[in-house]
Design a protein around this ligand. Structure first.
Ligand code: NAD
Ligand code: UDP
Length: 316
């Protein structure tokens, strides 16, 4: 490999967000090692780079240690959809704790900077709205979402203890609901569910009455925020998300209006501990990173729908 280039390790690089980050860093001329166990990631997401001399692909599980020479670690490995992280909750907790522990150990050993992909789930079902980084959250320790929520909370704790004890360079992003091309059709998250249901001519499934809210960030905006955070001086935690808030019913209406306005919306039981409202306060990201999202939900749905249309028609 050519000398002097930044050597990036992206854990979870074959996943939804990770593969878009791979694209950005490869397009910037950097070296990228993509590490993934393919639980929710797919080789198809990074296949454009597989033969490239600046790109390497490693099948590895972050719950096991690994030795590599890198400058930057983008630690994204962890299932993000409630359906997937609840599939094997003990494994999710192991991935969050042991995976972050192993990657911090690697960062310490080789002097790399580590960015943790944390989540708005650290705020749980928030009593404060919108959520600033100073809010400590309202999280159930023993519920169905706890493996992920508490897993990310201890991952943040580990990062800050490595910083305090060993001077490890850390960056912590609290990512709010992000969507875009390359989400799995069976991912289970709301944007992909609604689009796939609508494209298949099925009713759109509202959990509860659809009055709960989320704020949806387009993946390109998120990746720009992650890059600014990694390159900047602010450690975080820092919220990265789009502050435009929608009810889930509004999202369903936006999706079906674009695909098939005749489809019904049906109500299903609301899952345990489902947060009632979520909206990032992004003042810190605006001030420290000069970052704010630029893609409105109505805009970002277009390429996302087009990507699902193409993939669903490729694999009927
Ligand atoms: P994703 O499920 O598409 O990607 C996760 C990737 O990690 C997949 O490629 C998966 O195979 C890999 N992975 C999972 N467990 C692993 C393990 N033990 N070892 C190695 N690889 C493993 O999810 P995503 O939406 O791309 O999320 C990426 C990161 O961002 C996650 O850490 C997630 O918690 C965080 N995040 C995402 C969102 C969002 O809305 N997309 C919101 C908050 C936080
Ligand atoms: N949701 C829904 N129908 C679906 C999938 C999800 O109404 O088919 C709801 C879910 O109950 C939650 C919101 O949409 O209130 C966002 O769910 P998602 O799984 O995308 O993310 P998270 O709950 O982790 O924010």
């Amino acid at each position: 490999m050519p000398e002097g280039l930044t050597r990036n390790l992206i854990t979870g690089g074959a996943g939804f967000v990770g593969s878009h980050l791979v694209d950005r860093l490869m397009q910037a001329g950097e070296e990228v090692i993509c590490l993934d166990n393919y639980f929710t990631g797919r080789k198809a997401n990074i296949e454009a780079w597989i033969a490239h001399p600046r790109f390497e692909l490693i099948r590895h599980d972050v719950t096991e240690p690994i030795r590599l020479e890198v400058d930057r670690i983008w630690h994204l490995a962890c299932p993000a959809s409630p359906v997937h992280y609840q599939h094997n909750p003990i494994k999710t907790a192991k991935t969050s704790f042991l995976g972050t522990y192993n990657m911090l150990g690697l960062a310490r050993r080789v002097g790399a900077r580590l960015l943790l992909a944390s989540t708005s789930e650290v705020y749980g079902d928030p009593e404060l709205h919108p959520q600033p980084e100073s809010y400590r959250g309202c999280v159930n320790t023993i519920g169905l979402r706890s493996c992920y929520d508490e897993g990310k909370r201890i991952a943040e704790t580990l990062c800050f203890d490595y910083k305090r004890m060993h001077g490890t360079q850390i960056r912590v992003a609290r990512i709010f609901n992000t969507y875009g091309p390359r989400m799995l059709p069976d991912d289970g998250r709301v944007v992909s569910n609604f689009i796939v249901q609508a494209l298949n001519g099925q009713p759109l499934t509202l959990y509860g009455d659809g009055s709960q809210t989320r704020s949806f960030c387009y993946v390109d905006d998120l990746v720009e925020g992650l890059i600014r955070l990694m390159n900047g001086a602010h450690t975080g935690p820092i919220n990265l998300g789009n502050p435009s808030e929608f009810t889930i019913r509004q999202l369903a209406e936006l999706v079906r209006a674009r695909i098939n306005p005749a489809l019904p919306l049906i109500e299903k039981p609301l899952p345990m501990d489902d947060p009632k409202q979520r909206q990032p306060l992004i003042t810190l990201a605006q001030q420290e990173l000069g970052w704010q999202p630029s893609v409105a939900l109505e805009q970002g749905l277009e390429p996302t729908i087009a990507d699902f249309q193409r993939r669903l028609s490729d694999c009927p």
